[in-house]
Ligand binder design. Structure first.
Ligand code: NI
Length: 217
């Protein structure tokens, strides 16, 4: 199958699979990651097909919703690509990216080895910050029955993936434990530039949030 057709087909498959999600990993998250990944790939001269397919399939079976099974994502992606007769090399490249992609805690490194992987990781991280990132974070917290904020519970630096995965803290802590760290973890220059604006928007938001919490604004 020509790569354009495969991308098109994959797009509709993923849209159908994720349409009902209310946790911030719905189709429109994929759409945004795909869109920004395409742009970064152009700037960085990367393989568009690998980038687009990995972006489209990166949350097809996220570990957060599969009882912690980190292999559910790459397995599902491989199944789909093989079913559509994608070349073995392409399947490998895409699945490798998906299995390395998830953020696993502040002090747990998740290195990407290819430029295509770096781009998809950047695009996914960009969607976690800024105005959209704020909306997604509260949607996810609500889905997991978390408090918006609790002034007595300070943020935690997660030393391991297990620790991060089992964390039940309030949503404002998530900004300090993950979102505000992402700007410095962007791989590509293009993403670093985009991240600057999104990061400062979040900082302004948090300043305002604490002020309102205490009746000071
Ligand atoms: Ni994602």
């Amino acid at each position: 199958m020509a790569s354009k057709n495969l991308i098109e087909k994959t797009r509709y498959h993923v849209e159908k699979e994720l349409a009902g999600d209310s946790s911030g990993h719905d189709w429109w998250h994929i759409y945004r990651v795909w869109s920004v990944a395409k742009k970064i790939a152009e700037e960085e001269n990367a393989d568009q097909t690998v980038v687009e397919l990995a972006a489209l399939l990166h949350d097809i079976a996220d570990w957060k919703f599969n009882d912690g099974d980190e292999l559910a994502g790459p397995k599902q992606a491989a199944l789909w690509l093989n079913k559509n007769k994608a070349p073995l090399k392409l399947v490998d490249a895409v699945c490798k990216i998906i299995s390395t992609l998830s953020f696993k805690g502040a002090n747990v490194a998740t290195p990407m080895t290819t430029i295509e992987g770096k781009i998809v990781q950047d695009a996914d991280r960009l969607d976690a910050i800024g105005a959209v990132g704020i909306a997604r974070t509260f949607a996810y917290g609500g889905n997991k029955n978390r408090l918006i904020y609790h002034p007595d519970e300070a943020p935690v630096v997660h030393e391991s993936f297990e620790h991060y995965k089992n964390n039940k803290g309030h949503t404002i802590n998530h900004f300090h434990e993950k979102l505000l760290l992402l700007k410095d973890r962007m791989n590509t220059q293009t993403a670093k530039k985009i991240a600057e604006g999104r990061h400062s928007f979040m900082q302004n938001y948090l300043n305002r949030f604490y002020k309102e919490w205490n009746g000071d604004a």
